[in-house]
Write a protein that binds this ligand. Sequence first.
Ligand code: URA
Length: 432
Amino acid sequence: MRAVDIIMKKRDGYPLSEEEINFLIEGYTNGEIPDYQMSAFTMAVYFQGMNEEETTLLTKAMLNSGDILDLSKINGIKVDKHSTGGVGDKTTLVVAPIVASLGIKFAKMSGRGLGHTGGTLDKLEAIPGYNNYLSDEEFINQVNKIGISVIGQTGVLAPADKKLYALRDVTATVESIPLIASSIMSKKLAAGSDAIVLDVKVGSGAFMKNVEDATKLAELMVKIGKNCNKKMTAVLTNMDEPLGYAVGNSLEVIEAINTLNGNGPKDFKELCFEIAAQLILHADKAKTLEEAYSLCERQIENKEALNTLAKLVEAQGGDKNYILEPSLFPKAKYTYEVCINNEGYVNHINALQIGNAAMILGAGRKKITDIIDHSVGVVLHKKVGDKVDINDSIATIYSNYSNVDEVKKLILDAFSYSNEPITPQIILKVIK
Ligand code: URA
């Protein structure tokens, strides 16, 4: 078999066989197939696409390129969630404790943030002492003992995807639905859970800019998961404004804690409940979505979910007092209000720009080696649909620097206004 013949076949629009896909992925992972041939291949896929069977085969080939976590020593159904990446997305910090407090095993490997999107690991590290790095054995033991663990990746999961994603990033081939689907699903499947809920973001702050493309991606990922015997749901959610009000690590942890105390932002609470409810249905803890939603509400009211977050933090070396008393989180040195000259109704908040503003303050990384400042970020005061008047503050900046002119401008420019109010919708579609 020769790589050039496989590239030519895809270039001319023919579907590839299992042997051909395995040949390419194995050869690329072990260095026998060079970057220039793989670049040509990914560009051919970008233009010609791949059918569902090919995409499943590509996912399996990347999944089999590394370690696959064996969670069989954890009793009962294991659930996981994945977000395609947004701004202000602290969903795991609320969904995980809700479902775990109902006795559903939540075993999750999370990632770090890069660019305008934040990562759960960085948010958890805003809690003093929290250890993201457990061995596989410690991870499994903790989930068996307290029903929940959230850690950074152990072992080498889907190394073929790591190499291929870096190549796609510099060859303009990221935005291909089969390549995104196989990339995400190879890593999710390697993490070993039985049921997965995917949160596919749509809008200015997301990879998928419209519902049509997001639907195609979500349907494909759900099919791939089902083809691999997983219970799957995808939820399409709005990223035409940041999720909740807070963007920045400890600010987001505080917002998650407020939500677990029953005081969460409307959009954020609704999204967390939808994802948690879908996981509850997969674990057969409720018969209907309404029943699953009531369970979420109950676990907030009786503080079981909050106490489960405190248990998770304590088990992983963190100080649980921060969860029970969030005013303990260190504050940034300066705060600045962002006031406007407009009046009307907010009709859009460019999430990418707010994410970039937080990144410039030090809440995110421009490059993977940058060190994060957990205390800084942006807290919005207005969301889409809200009325604004001249001189209203639309956001507070939390900074350890005194010059925030660039950040202020980014925030001001991120907001647009209309004369009539619009009603935003967070859940756009559910795909099973
Ligand atoms: N996230 C991934 O992990 N892979 C992609 O291709 C795109 C987003």
